[in-house]
Design a binder for this molecule. Structure first.
Ligand code: SAM
Length: 438
């Protein structure tokens, strides 16, 4: 086992203690993205990596904690241990990562950084030494790839998956406990995918095409063999490329924008799909968003990608209401609805810790409100694409079936429906409707 560490700029002990406190914030109901946004720039990469891994490895780390501390430790100690144990459980089977003695020493030092853990040095030391004997081979032995670990989800979530995916529910949880790969969308206004791949390989960054997801051809998706910071991607700041999951890249392709069409992106922030639509065609676009804080992210993305024009408006408004609308009908509508985000857990591993069962019903109501209102704004013969990043049919197929039953003029066209998460795609739901008559 070598002592080669991933690049970072904080002592590991400090990073462990900040990550453990971030986990405590998640357990008290805060989004990890929000917590990470409050960190200093030099703290964020390593704390994000440690806290994401701790949440992904939660099931296994808590089996181990229970094995060695049968009475639950206080939350602060539990969270510190979960961060440290996740370091032992990394997928790296090639000797990258931290040596066992480093993890133990740094976790013990981390106890001293915080009043509520300072007394637990001995306990943390003892538990981690025992864990190291179980999960890491001694010096000189081959390290085998560890068994797959399922993602933690609450019981109601697990029951939902089992009910709807009796064959696939476990593979969904295994896929979601893995680190999500870095996938790019090449801005076709600037480069073809071949050209951009060549630029990457000149810098020694290897990538592969993702040619299709769920039978839909993807012309711009590139999977990086190893993630790199966006600052190392050629042309990133001048809009050559965006980070976007391959499953998300289906939206603009399915809506197939044409020059001059008037398009509504009804739930637009942070603007990933708005930008993709504009990369494909010079259309007239309204990017609508309810959340004023998130609105700025749409403009930021359009600035970076050089996609602003007088035909593009970023509008603060509620898609389930008409108050923001000027009465001009749309040729096409993208409705990427607010949802549980149960399909993108690999990228947001705090989601299963934050969602409550009752959220699903209230999200369903919001989705229906937006579907009803958006349909009224669509031209006859127009297309509306309903999208969620959920694996729960209550937010996907059930909603599409409900909508079709409500609207005699809604014709369902071919679209993938439910896409389950895999190693190269998050989970999404897609339904496409054509308005047949007024
Ligand atoms: C799934 S995200 C959209 C992601 C975005 N389409 C992208 O690809 O970058 C859903 C967005 O809808 C917004 N939202 C929620 N309710 C809304 C409403 N009633 N009207 C407009 N936007 C809404 C949320 O604030 C959130 O930013």
């Amino acid at each position: 086992m070598t002592d080669k560490k991933p690049p970072h700029s904080l002592p590991l002990s400090e990073a462990i203690s900040i990550a453990a406190q971030a986990i405590s914030e998640v357990m008290s109901g805060r989004s990890l993205t929000e917590v990470l946004d409050e960190l200093e720039p030099h703290e964020r990469p390593i704390v994000q990596s440690l806290s994401f891994d701790a949440l992904r490895k939660w099931v296994r780390s808590h089996e181990l904690i229970k094995q060695f501390i049968p009475k639950n430790p206080p939350p602060e100690v539990d969270h510190l241990l979960s961060v440290a144990i996740a370091l032992f459980l990394n997928e790296n089977s090639d000797g990258k990562g931290y040596a066992a003695h480093t993890i133990v020493d740094q976790a013990v030092s981390a106890c001293a950084n915080y009043d509520k853990t300072v007394y637990a040095k001995g306990l943390v030391n003892a538990v981690l030494r025992k864990v190291s004997l179980i999960v890491q081979p001694t010096e000189g032995q081959n390290r085998f790839a560890p068994d797959p670990i399922p993602m933690f989800v609450p019981p109601w979530w697990r029951a939902n998956l089992k009910r709807h995916y009796s064959k696939d529910w476990q593979s969904i949880l295994f896929a979601q406990a893995k680190r999500a790969p870095l996938i790019l969308r090449v801005n076709q206004k600037q480069y073809s995918r071949d050209q951009y791949q060549a630029l990457l390989s000149e810098l020694g960054i290897t990538s592969n095409f993702i040619d299709e997801v769920a039978g839909v051809k993807l012309p711009s998706a590139l999977l990086l063999s190893d993630p790199v910071p966006v600052s190392e991607l050629p042309g990133f700041y001048s809009g050559a490329v965006s980070v976007q999951d391959s499953g998300a890249q289906l939206a603009a392709i399915l809506l197939n924008p044409q020059p001059g069409e008037r398009i509504l992106d009804a739930c637009a922030a942070p603007g990933g799909k708005t930008a993709h639509l504009l990369e494909l065609a010079n259309c007239e676009m309204i990017a609508l968003e309810l959340d004023g804080e998130r609105l700025g992210k749409i403009s930021g993305n359009l600035d970076r990608l050089r996609l602003h024009s007088d035909k593009v408006q970023v509008v603060l408004g509620d898609a389930s209401k008409v108050s923001w609308w000027d009465g001009r009908f749309f040729d096409k509508i993208l409705l990427d609805a607010p949802c549980s985000a149960s399909g993108i857990v690999a990228r947001h591993p705090d989601i299963p810790f934050l969602r409550r069962e009752a959220d699903i019903k209230s999200l369903q109501q919001k989705q229906r409100g937006i579907l009803q209102q958006a349909w009224k704004m669509l031209k006859p013969e127009g297309l509306m694409l309903y999208v969620t990043c959920s694996v729960f049919p209550e937010e996907g197929e059930d909603q599409a079936a409900w909508f079709a039953a409500q609207h005699a003029n809604a014709v369902r066209l071919g679209a993938p429906g439910q896409i389950l998460p895999t190693e190269v795609s998050d989970g999404f739901y897609y339904a496409l409707f054509k308005k047949n008559g007024p």
